[in-house]
Design a protein around this ligand. Structure first.
Ligand SMILES: [Zn+2]
Length: 1007
């Protein structure tokens, strides 16, 4: 296809974001294991459609729709199942001289196309343009009537049909067994975001073409159907025995990607209002609802909805006369969950809860995914990003409320604390490479593939982190009022970031919330500096302890080499605490810095610790001079530790691990700072630590340094594990305590330094096996896995049978996550066959989960997995037409150069078989080689600490040194001293300037 020639590798073209100056390509620290599906750098070097002709994929705005009447008729009697439909689109011309109507349509067989104005037929012809997914309708003669004040409405009617899809997009088929030994029941469901509504009906499939919809669904009488609104009436289908038509009330004014339908033999749990009208329901497999699994979503979902109504001061039910909220559990669902207006869809495991079998991890997941999707009703549905290059306006807010809305309703789940680890730290990591994209106006987004490329960790996590920073900058009340105004101003429309910024700035100024930041401070410029620029700052703070002066450098952080050689400055809100003023609660910033170098005063003299970024509300990292780090280390190891906020202890852990990885701090020093963990028992620092240690363990696997590192982890975790133990203290144990054990115990069992861990696993498993005593749900992950490690092939079959027959999907997923822990090669081969065979046993959406454990359950699994692929190549190919994906689970776990050589030798011998995947497979192995080589460069440094242990830091408080210590400023490349970032005045010019820069770079690479 012509468009494909313009596609370039993301790696190449994303460099445009970094603004081409001298680009450091010194080394990489991102290896195959972090690029696997679902991992943080999954999209790091995937070829995405990122082309300079994005505009070719965009609809012209010469016509606009106001309303659609759609009939979808479902046929489950054919194989594959099919649907047919008719759409009537009411539309008008927005200018004179329009002789063509352009819609989007993909993979549909078009029947008839007619155009009528009033009662007059307007002759048209049509042509399909598959490469752009366009349906062009041409007037045979003349142009559309145009009236600027009273638009002239035309009715465009199109009939169409298609098979139901299997790829979980558009209208797709799914199946379930009500009970595990029942016949399969087929159903239809939809996923239209971002560009798949056009696969269900011809339409204006871009968010800005909002309209209302009257939907009718024709279905077999035994089935039920659902869409956005209540059913107005159900009638027998004319001349089609055995079928009925469900006629739905009108939707709100909305974008096409938010429309949905379900046709299934499903059960419901309904809530009605005083008039007996449906307002809220949970729908799912009947046998899931009859066992009570819908109850939690039914109850907590309504509480979340009520809380969000309050928060926004905007009633969800006011958007349309007959809107309701349906929470639907779908057996096959690629996206996880989707915020379709009035018909929200979820994977079963993300909606259905059974207190006897669902872990707290899944319970909180259900709560926060409900929050995420409910928040979208306002942020995304009511007000929609105008184009996908500003996706964070939808997803950043949804992710923010995912944590904070849930926290307001289910406060015991620790979501404020977990935001730091799960969102802030992951956002900073994925945002610390040269090819990170900016939140706003990412250039080149036009084709469906490039649009899907915007659904990144950055759009979600960084979006949420920057929103949280702004909330603390303005104060909660001011921020909320600004958001309420933004929603009112732009309701039923689409928005640009500038609409958000100005709504917030107006309220903030009126409330005096900005006055302390000085006359130069502009909220709009602050927000732009974090959204239109890629990456984030690292502050380097040098403290003169005699004068209290703190010299702050800001640079763009890079996980591979420390800093990027680019002049980027942010407008950064600063807060700090110190030994003499250890207040971490007031998170309102005291200073704003703009320049590359700024000096501010601590307000105290003498040698004392200072820590920047209270509660890590600011979106940046902080590094200090050596002496100040020593003061911090001493504080962390002493009684002052608990004065330092838990989030800031987690921040320090996360920061120093990344500084060591990027080479701006030695591992010896990082581990010396981290040595406070031996006294630490709190959640956030420990989860941050395990994240860091897991990365380092992966690097050291296959070396002689792994064992002493694991000994160190075991030693440092003695206190926290003694506190937690391997058993719940009671059924009513505090959520976060149980949740910390859920995360630490599997690692403790894996490194197997403390025999208590596996012993606890085996005894709990034996009680299940022999006496049918169910394992406490939160213990199941480590119990199942380690019982298999210590157990027999028979134990594998006990759990496999449990997987096949269990009626609770969260338990099935947990079993999929642990079956690969078996030490029996035969059992592992059975598990691999289960995954790759088309057997209606393991669903496609769960392949990644299953493959992860199959490949990584034990170190020796990798080779068994590789042998399986070699011996069952055709079978694997059927499940994975792109064979590079399953092979990446092998290549990312090669531990020695000899293993890499052997793997590459195999690939070369089978080059013909691998076809187009060959190079990707070879690159995967090369990435493992780079990992091995990188590790060779740091092991001496790591070993220095492993051998010598903690080295006391030299600090003194009296008398203060006569001269402030001169810290070793890490060597930095020469930079031009920049001014405040030169940001454009409006969002529109900004889009242009980014695009121009991108073009230059793209042309450079497309040779
Ligand atoms: Zn979302």
């Amino acid at each position: 296809m012509a468009a494909m020639k313009l596609l370039v590798l993301a790696v190449a073209c994303y460099c445009a974001y970094a603004i081409p100056q001298k680009q450091s390509k010194l080394k990489t620290t991102i290896f195959g294991d972090e690029k696997l599906e679902g991992e943080i750098f999954e999209k790091y070097d995937v070829a995405v459609a990122y082309d300079e002709e994005a505009a070719l994929y965009r609809l012209p705005t010469t016509t606009k729709p106001t309303h659609y009447n759609i009939l979808w008729a479902m046929d489950f009697t054919t194989d594959p199942q099919t649907f047919a439909g008719t759409v009537e689109i009411l539309l008008y011309a927005t200018q004179t001289e329009v002789n063509q109507i352009v819609l989007q349509s993909a993979d549909l067989t078009i029947g008839t196309v007619t155009l009528v104005q009033d009662t007059t037929s307007v002759p048209v012809t049509y042509v399909e343009e598959p490469e752009y997914e366009f349906l062009r309708i041409n007037l045979v003669t003349g142009t559309l009537a145009y009236d600027a004040t009273n638009p002239v409405i035309y009715t465009l009617t199109i009939t169409f049909e298609a098979p139901m899809r299997d790829d979980m997009y558009g209208i797709y088929r799914s199946w379930f067994r009500n009970n595990y030994n029942d016949e399969v029941s087929w159903m239809a469901s939809t996923q239209f975001q971002a560009t798949a509504a056009r696969k269900a009906f011809p339409c204006y499939d871009e968010p800005s073409f909002k309209a209302t919809f009257d939907v009718t669904i024709r279905r077999p009488t035994a089935y039920s159907s659902w869409s956005a609104t209540r059913i107005a009436s159900t009638v027998e289908s004319t001349n089609i025995p055995g079928y009925q038509d469900d006629i739905y009330h009108r939707t709100p004014i909305m974008s096409t990607y938010l429309l949905a339908l379900i046709v299934a033999e499903y059960g419901t749990l309904e809530v009605t209002n005083d008039n007996g009208e449906l307002i809220y329901e949970v729908i799912a497999r009947p046998s899931a609802l009859s066992t009570g699994q819908g109850q939690y979503a039914l109850e907590v979902g309504q509480e979340l909805l009520a809380e969000m109504n309050n928060h926004t001061d905007y009633d969800f039910y006011s958007v349309a006369d007959h809107i309701k909220m349906t929470q639907a559990a779908i057996p096959d669902f690629s996206a996880g969950a989707m915020e379709n207006w009035g018909l929200l869809t979820y994977r079963e495991a993300y909606l259905l809860y059974d207190p006897d079998h669902t872990t707290n991890n899944y319970k909180q997941l259900i709560a926060y995914i409900l929050s995420h999707e409910i928040a979208h009703m306002w942020f995304g549905n009511l007000v929609t990003c105008d184009w996908w290059d500003d996706l964070w306006l939808n997803e950043g807010f949804a992710r923010y409320y995912q944590y904070f809305l849930t926290h307001w309703v289910e406060d015991y789940m620790g979501l404020e604390t977990r935001f730091i680890i799960e969102q802030m730290h992951t956002a900073l990591l994925s945002d610390s490479t040269a090819n990170a994209h900016p939140l706003s106006s990412t250039p080149g987004i036009g084709s469906p593939a490039s649009v899907s490329g915007m659904f990144t960790t950055l759009s979600y996590n960084k979006g949420a982190a920057v929103i949280r920073m702004t909330e603390h900058l303005l104060g909660f009340e001011v921020h909320r009022t600004g958001l309420r105004n933004y929603l009112r101003n732009k309701q039923f429309e689409t928005a640009f970031p500038i609409d958000l910024f100005t709504a917030l700035e107006e309220v903030a100024q009126a409330a005096g919330a900005l006055s302390e930041y000085g006359p130069d401070f502009s909220l709009v410029e602050y927000y732009r500096s974090f959204t239109y620029q890629a990456g984030h700052p690292i502050l380097y703070v040098q403290v003169n302890h005699q004068t209290g002066d703190m010299t702050i450098h800001q640079r763009r952080f890079d996980i591979n080499n420390g800093y990027l050689d680019v002049n980027t400055q942010w407008i950064i809100p600063i807060s700090f605490s110190s030994a003499s003023d250890p207040d971490f609660n007031n998170t309102k910033p005291t200073h704003i810095i703009r320049k590359a170098v700024t000096v501010i005063n601590r307000g105290s003299v003498g040698d004392e610790w200072v820590l920047f970024n209270k509660q890590q509300t600011g979106y940046y990292r902080v590094n200090y001079d050596d002496y100040t780090w020593d003061l911090i280390t001493a504080a962390l190891r002493g009684e002052a530790r608990t004065q330092i906020h838990e989030y800031n202890r987690a921040q320090i852990v996360n920061d120093v691990f990344q500084y060591a990885r990027s080479g701006i701090m030695s591992y010896t020093k990082a581990l010396n700072i981290l040595s406070f963990l031996e006294f630490e028992t709190d959640y956030a620092p420990w989860v941050a630590a395990m994240t860091g240690f897991t990365w380092l363990r992966t690097r050291l696997t296959g070396t002689i340094y792994l064992e002493p590192l694991e000994a160190l982890i075991a030693q440092w975790s003695t206190a926290v594990m003694a506190d937690l133990t391997y058993y719940p203290s009671s059924d009513s144990e505090e959520f976060m305590r149980s949740y910390l054990r859920w995360q630490l115990a599997p690692i403790m069992c894996q490194i197997n330094r403390d025999p208590a861990c596996r012993a606890a696993a085996v005894s709990q498993f034996n009680a299940l096996k022999t006496s049918n005593v169910e394992v406490y749900p939160d213990n199941r992950a480590y119990v199942y896995c380690n019982a298999l490690r210590e157990g027999t092939e028979e134990d594998f079959y006990v759990l496999r049978t449990r997987f096949v027959t269990h009626n609770v999907y969260t338990e099935k997923i947990l079993l999929l996550q642990t079956l690969g822990c078996t030490r029996s090669a035969d059992a592992l081969n059975v598990f691999l066959t289960d995954i790759f065979e088309d057997n209606q046993l393991i669903r496609r959406q769960d392949y990644t989960t299953a493959l992860n454990t199959a490949a990584a359950g034990n170190e020796e699994n990798t080779q068994i997995f590789f042998n399986f692929i070699q011996n069952n190549y055709e079978l694997v190919l059927q499940a994975y037409p792109n064979i590079a994906t399953p092979l990446s689970y092998v290549s990312s776990r090669l531990r020695t150069e000899a293993e890499v050589d052997a793997f590459q030798q195999w690939a070369t011998q089978n080059q013909a078989l691998l076809g187009t995947s060959y190079q990707v497979v070879m690159n995967g192995a090369e990435s493992a080689r780079l990992s091995i080589q990188w590790t060779a460069g740091i092991v001496n440094d790591v070993n220095t600490f492993l051998t010598a242990g903690y080295q006391p830091v030299l600090t003194t408080t009296q008398p203060p040194p006569t001269e402030a210590p001169t810290p070793d400023l890490e060597p930095m490349p020469e930079l031009i001293q920049p001014e405040t970032p030169d940001l454009p005045d409006s969002a529109v010019t900004s889009i242009l300037s980014m695009t121009v820069l991108a073009m230059a770079a793209v042309f450079h690479y497309v040779v």
